[in-house]
Design a protein around this ligand. Sequence first.
Ligand code: 0A1
Ligand code: ZN
Length: 892
Amino acid sequence: MQTIVRLADYRPSDYLIDRVDLDVRLHPTETRVTATLALRPNPDGEPGAPLVLDGDELTLLAIALDGQPTGPGAIAVTPRSLTLHQPPQRPFVLAIETQVNPSANTKLMGLYRSNGVYCTQCEADGFRRITYFLDRPDVLAVYTTRIEGERADTPVLLGNGNPVAQGEIGLTRHYAIWHDPHPKPAYLFALVGGRLGRVGSRFTTMEGREVEIAVYVEPGKEGRAGFALDAVARSMAWDERTFGRAYDLDVFNVVAVSDFNMGAMENKGLNIFNDKYVLASPDTATDSDYANIEAIIAHEYFHNWSGNRVTCRDWFQLCLKEGLTVFRDQEFSSDERSRPVHRIADVRTLRARQFPEDAGPLAHPVRPRAYREINNFYTATVYEKGAEIVRMLRTLLGPDTFRRGMDRYFATCDGTAATVEDFLAAFAHESGRDLTAFAQWYEQAGTPTVAVSGTYDPAARTYALAFRQSLPVVATEAAAGAVDRPQLIQPQLIQPLVIPVALGLVAREGGPVEAVSERVHDGVFVLETAEDTLVFEDVAAPPVPSLFRGFSAPVKVEHALTRDERLTLLAHDGDAFNRWQAAQSLAMDVLVGRAKAGAPRDAEAGPEGAALSAALATFLDGEALADPAFAALVLTLPEEQEVAQTLQAEVDPDAIWRARQSLRVQLGRDLGPRLRALRAALAEPAGTPFSPDAASAGRRALRNAALDLVTAADPDAGTALALAQLDAATTMTDRLAALASVSLVPGEAREGALARFGETYRHEPLVLDKWFAVQAMIPEDGTPDRIRGLMRHPAFSLGNPNRVRSLIASFSLNNPTQFHRPDGAGYDLTVEVVLALDGKNPQVAARLLTSFNTWRMVEGGRRRRAEAALRRVAEAPGLSPDVSDIAGRSLA
Ligand code: 0A1
Ligand code: ZN
């Protein structure tokens, strides 16, 4: 069993590495790496300690200390380490030659080949798969990399930093030398060698530096790289404008590869991307692909400061770079697109992914205290909840103080490996506030609930809002891997959190209420204790409170608003997020009510549903065309998983599906004529040039949201509309939306449409991924067999993470009725793939297994089958640490 790493055990390294000279001779199966390391004892380490370098699947060929071979017994080599027993207690040089096999590297960590292109992935602990090293983020070195390869095979040779030399070796080989002047941890190392096409441009920084920007893609796909290239330049300009951060090298390269475990990686000056997040053309990419590309390009670029210039002391501080960088990319997208629409999208993701994680067996604090396998902690909690913490900090301090705090953080921590404490200290210093209580957000797992009740006193003309916060009792310590058995957090250990509540009062007949409370500053009340009451003076009539505007804190709100009060907010709130939230809550009430009642056949005529239809009709008539993107979100019902979260226990996914389906039918029927009229009004005149901008995407989103409801209410007419759209569409967004609509209506039309789509795009793996996903999400009994069939499709491969995510993870995560089938066939399919994949790519296998995160919530029969399936995984022989960690924690 893998040992547990604990934050409390952190110790500085006993040795430091100042310079690394790497010489990499690329070969498909026998790549040789010579690492020349300039080491010295760390004054903060233990004098005379042995030097223990990390390694993983390396073949050691040679080692020399200060130019001399090491004597017998001086070193010990195990599969995971190389130990020098008595290192000199002065600066010294260690030269190590290793051999690795990139073609056999199916874990996609370290140096591997993707479609013939050599590339690397070193975060979190992949550098040790290239050479023996102090592979920890607090050892920062200056790297010079010489890369050598066959000219025909690897005409492009890229490294970190700036190119300094290149040349020929004999008739067929050549080399390039790259130097990165900025000290960095090994996880930011990267190299690329291959046949790649290039698109490029230039950017002049505010400091006057001329930067060559380039995006490298598979030859022939250069035409799909322009949007990503433009997003790089926009990101550079935005970070200068918004945070005063300029780029610091002469080149910035992005490389797209087709086999990649995650989205992308921020290697210094050489970002390596999953090609799904680079390649875009109107015919192959949807509007959400464009938005994701823009966001992820920005995310990786912003890491250059929040992650690279200031890095993490240890992996427990992962949120320091990830939460902050997600916050920065969310702000970028909000500025580039529509702020309220983007906020709603981000909150939907948080609720769909992070809330369940925080409520299940894998819950952990944003800064975990212990882990067995760090690669399992690249989670929605670290990323998305981490970003919410930074956002709350800005809300609490105000934008100006927040910006000064960010400047101070970058100034004081530049070139260092920092901690969450260093980050908060910068804001405490600039604001003069004690942020100790706020820091609890990093320590406590679980989504807080804030219960609110309002009381109007007509005699005193006051309106009082009573707040009470609580945290669910979750097995956080067990979940974090800190202990082996579940250990409930004792209620007395739960500290109240500092919760910014952005709020306002709305008059029942519409319009804001200008009430006063000296405890509300810039529209924000700060809840700091377990209970508190906020009193507004001089309130003429009972108002409707609009709470947590803009989702000002990542909490669940319990607030008994009446249907009429929600309708008031939907119609009149000055805060767009809360207008959307009002519509969602109205829908959620209907869905929960119907799911609890088992959604009887005549549910689609229920009066609460009719009230929602009426409100949506008024909303659509008034403003759908003014802001189609927002209207599309208002029309979209809460997802099944969100309803399950609200129900919390003994969940029957079929009842939820029926509830949601009945409401879709009802809305589609009640709003049908309007939805058809909207579709017509939003149709693009023939010949309109494609634009991926937010306004055009918003119009497509509303047309397709309308199509979805129309098809629910009238499958025949809807299918006819969808088939026509499939034929006529000029964008992948419209084509895929039509295919998705058709896919929900069983019959020949569906099978024909699916077959034609699969045939048309048979040479486009990224488009086939969408086709796989649409089929994996069909909520019908035949889906597991369909998936088994598709796993034999020539384009499918367990070795490619994108294929696995689109065909298998789409099923396990986004098809609740089939994943949670009462007969267990959904669990069986998932487990089968997890076990088949584990020997090849444990990271992706482990992530797939997290789909069992909600197993305790489902009703008894399913729960027993899910548990048995998890046990089959946990007991399988030869499990990777990655999968065994997830299985163990899920069952704890
Ligand atoms: N730091 C990257 C995420 C990342 C983490 C691990 C990886 O290993 C396979 C790859 C990427 C980011 O936040 O974008
Ligand atoms: Zn990141």
